[in-house]
Design a protein around this ligand. Structure first.
Ligand SMILES: Nc1ncnc2c1ncn2[C@@H]1O[C@H](COP(=O)(O)OP(=O)(O)OP(=O)(O)O)[C@@H](O)[C@H]1O
Ligand SMILES: [Mg+2]
Length: 311
């Protein structure tokens, strides 16, 4: 299964290019295109109304707009439940207030998004291509960075937890000698990583993130960066290239969108800089189309005739 992420500054044409690519790929393969942007317009582009559910618009093309707020709510509920089960001893404290504040905590949206992508990758195995239309740059880079950041954190937490368990075992051992026939309590507290629910939970999380990171950095994943022939778009695209490089994510295609006769000179300049910023990465130029409108008859699909062949 191939995974495509369309990224770029707000308004450059991410959704349009993602939709056109998805439609073209669907002429030869089964495609699910999912919008992760809080301000969806995937339905508008294809001229259909979409809920949170998947909607098949042809035998091989399925659309979905993900409800980010609902995702974040579901994510918090799930994590709260797992926390409650893993850390039972914390139930004596009243955690309800803590969790109601947690929903305002930075990072929840990013984790919810990442979890949703992970689930889509794991569950939507009937598709040959998963196409993700991503939210604005900042949020996209943050959620793509999460697996690496989280693995670093989990590693530290595992080390701390192991220390706690070792100390607990040592303290227990030196506390007092056993009376005759007494069942050694230290057996229960003995440092056995397999017995510790917290350590196990950390290891499960770590494995998940390592696996996801492997998929995101792997040969089947492609990040497409869309930009326009203007300086603001260029600057943000340069930052995005840098961010993607730091994260080891596979940028494989640059798309210079909305090029006209009037901005062609600027397009040349911006493309030259982008080629220097991301050497060796393929570049596609897409003209600004006059008659771009929505629905079945849209010329959208024709503005990038061979785009689908790139993937
Ligand atoms: N090649 C093109 N020719 C003509 N119009 C285009 C082209 N590409 C995009 N547009 C128009 O530009 C506008 C922004 O496009 P789009 O919604 O795809 O951008 P986006 O990057 O997804 O924006 P957002 O960051 O808001 O999600 C839309 O009105 C779209 O129809
Ligand atoms: Mg969009």
């Amino acid at each position: 299964m191939k995974i495509l992420f369309f990224t770029g500054k707000g308004g450059v044409g991410k959704s349009t290019v993602a939709a056109a690519s998805a439609w073209q790929i669907s002429q030869r393969a089964r495609v699910l295109i999912q919008s992760l942007d809080p301000a969806h317009n995937l339905g508008d582009i294809f001229g259909v109304s979409l809920g949170d559910r998947k909607r098949k618009i042809s035998d091989t093309l399925t659309l979905q707009e993900v409800d980010l707020q609902k995702l974040a709510r579901d994510y918090l509920e799930r994590e709260t439940r797992v926390l409650g089960e893993t850390y039972r001893y914390l139930q004596v404290l009243n955690l309800d207030n803590y969790f109601s504040i947690l929903k305002y905590s930075p990072g929840i949206e990013e984790y919810a998004l990442l979890t949703s992508i992970e689930r889509t990758i794991n569950e939507e195995t009937d598709f040959d291509y998963l196409v993700f239309d991503t939210p604005p740059t900042g949020l996209t880079l943050r959620f793509l960075a999460l697996p690496s950041v989280t693995i670093t954190w989990i590693d530290r937490l595992i080390a701390i937890r192991e220390k706690i368990l070792e100390k607990r075992y040592t303290i227990q051992k030196i506390r007092r000698p056993l009376k005759e026939g007494e069942v050694p309590r230290e057996e229960r507290l003995k440092y056995d990583p397999e017995d510790d629910a917290i350590l196990q939970r950390l290891r499960v999380l770590e494995n998940n993130y390592v696996r996801l990171n492997g998929i995101l950095r792997g040969g089947d994943c492609t990040v497409v960066l869309v930009f326009n022939p203007d300086m603001l778009s260029l600057r943000e695209s340069q930052r995005l290239v840098e961010g993607l490089r730091e994260l080891g994510l596979p940028l494989r295609l640059l798309v210079d969108n909305k090029v006209t006769d009037r901005n062609e000179e600027m397009a040349e300049r911006v493309e030259t800089v982008m080629k220097q910023t991301a050497p060796g990465i393929a570049l596609e130029r897409v003209p600004l189309s006059d008659g771009l409108y929505c629905g079945k008859e849209t010329v959208l699909y024709r503005i990038m005739k061979d785009m689908g062949d790139r993937f």
